[in-house]
Design a protein around this ligand. Structure first.
Ligand SMILES: Cc1cc2nc3c(=O)[nH]c(=O)nc-3n(C[C@H](O)[C@H](O)[C@H](O)COP(=O)(O)OP(=O)(O)OC[C@H]3O[C@@H](n4cnc5c(N)ncnc54)[C@H](O)[C@@H]3O)c2cc1C
Length: 390
């Protein structure tokens, strides 16, 4: 593989980089992105408008829907540059998940109602797929939707619903034909979170944060016009993706930046009480992590190479996800060892303002969300190595 940009790619990279240098909001680089977003009403609005003028709120969407029709390689370069500059994407699930699905499966009325609002940042969406008994085996979901006149009536429960407490709409799957084989009796709904009968209960995670929720449905009426695609065909709609790049390059770059941050702290504070481990052992650990972060980047390059050739990455994307998420846990563990007993301290007075212990607990969920490590390994085993299913 040739790692150098073609002349066209170099021009594109330069355009993105120049834009970021001149237009990116100036925020404290130490502030974590969630915190920045919470504080940043004004500058986020301005940032969205700047991105919107270039079609970069949803760069993968076709131009006719307000995107930039970027090729997967252009998206890759853009994502790499955004990650290097620590620039925030503003889209969320609206642009990455439900928007593309609406573009392919929505009727004109649905597209008109939702796509513009997503691009303008007027609405937030959440994803109602997982249930208490259905995560990896999602097709076993039990939330029921029964037709009643012009509506469907929903009863059941979702769980781990990220952002449900701030979302205006949910895209969700519910069972409409309990007698059909499990993949065939599921319908895809667009549900207004203000509908009577919807209850959102917070789940506080182990990092003491409120990110995901339980959502209960009690006789919730969803108009039949809010069914996306055909009734009982929702499973196949749920698996749609537009031509998004799937390399996880943003994560790979982020791993290296996190390591740079920890290593700078270590160098600056060697011999002080803040670092317990000035030993060669810590140095060896960080060297290993550094090599792994470089490997993560190569795995991303592998995925984008496949996509750029017009092929669909499969187990290769699973390998990148698996490696990146497990690496984020190893990096956090190495940072914890470096600061020794100080690793128990959180808050502004703690070493690195408590970033290492926060990351240590936050990264636990990364190997569960978006498909667990075991499920990714199954994909690698069966589709990559051709091993038989257990
Ligand atoms: C931070 C976070 C955010 C999330 N946000 C959302 C969201 O917004 N919307 C949403 O719908 N869901 C969300 N989820 C849920 C997520 O999709 C599920 O947690 C995930 O799919 C795993 O399902 P589960 O939790 O039911 O675990 P299970 O599927 O019950 O798995 C339990 C254990 O069994 C293992 N296992 C399961 N099947 C197999 C198999 N075939 N072979 C080997 N091992 C197996 C798993 O690896 C795991 O270790 C989120 C989860 C997290 C952690």
């Amino acid at each position: 593989m040739d790692f150098r940009d073609t002349p066209e790619q170099a021009t594109w990279r330069n355009e993105v980089r120049t834009f970021l240098e001149t237009e990116k909001p100036k925020i404290d680089p130490e502030m974590n992105p969630m915190e920045a977003m919470r504080r940043g009403g004004g500058f986020m609005k301005e940032w969205r408008e700047k991105l919107s003028r270039k079609g970069w709120v949803a760069p993968a969407w076709p131009k006719e829907y307000g995107g930039a029709s970027l090729s997967v390689m252009e998206q890759f370069i853009m994502n790499e540059e955004f990650a290097e500059a620590r620039a925030m994407n503003v889209g969320g699930m609206g642009t990455s998940m439900i928007g593309p699905t609406l573009i392919i499966h929505g009727n004109e009325e649905q597209k008109k109602e939702h796509l513009g609002a997503i691009l303008r940042g007027e609405v937030q969406w959440c994803q109602g797929y997982s249930e208490p008994g259905s995560g990896s085996d999602l097709a076993s979901l039990q939330t029921r939707a029964v037709r009643d006149g012009d509506d469907f009536v929903l009863n059941g429960q979702k769980i781990w619903t990220s952002g449900a407490h701030t979302a205006d709409w949910m895209f969700m799957l519910a069972r409409t034909d309990p007698d059909a084989p499990k993949h065939r009796g599921i319908t895809y709904f667009l549900m207004d979170m203000k509908s009577p009968g919807v209850t959102v209960r917070p789940l506080i995670n182990m990092a003491n944060g409120h990110m995901f929720n339980e959502v209960f449905f009690e006789d919730v009426r969803v108009p039949a016009r809010n069914v996306l695609g055909e009734v009982n065909r929702g499973w196949y709609i749920g698996t749609t993706t537009l031509d998004f790049e799937r390399s996880s390059i943003g994560n790979a770059v982020g791993q290296r930046q996190t390591l740079e941050y920890y290593m700078k702290f270590w160098k600056d504070s060697r011999g002080t009480a803040a670092t317990a481990s000035a030993s060669t052992k810590a140095r060896d650990e960080f060297a290993d992590r550094w090599i792994e972060a470089a490997t993560a980047k190569m795995l991303s390059y592998r995925v984008i190479t496949i996509q750029a050739e017009g092929r669909v990455p499969n187990h290769e994307a699973s390998i990148a996800k698996l490696f990146n998420t497990e690496l984020s846990q190893r990096i956090a563990r190495s940072a914890m060892k470096m600061i020794g007993t100080s690793a128990q301290l959180m808050g502004p007075e703690a070493p690195m303002k408590g970033r290492a212990p926060a990351s240590y607990v936050q990264t636990v969920s990364s190997t569960i969300a978006g498909g667990t490590s075991e499920v990714q390994r199954n994909i690698v085993a069966t589709r990559g190595l051709g091993l038989p299913r257990a």
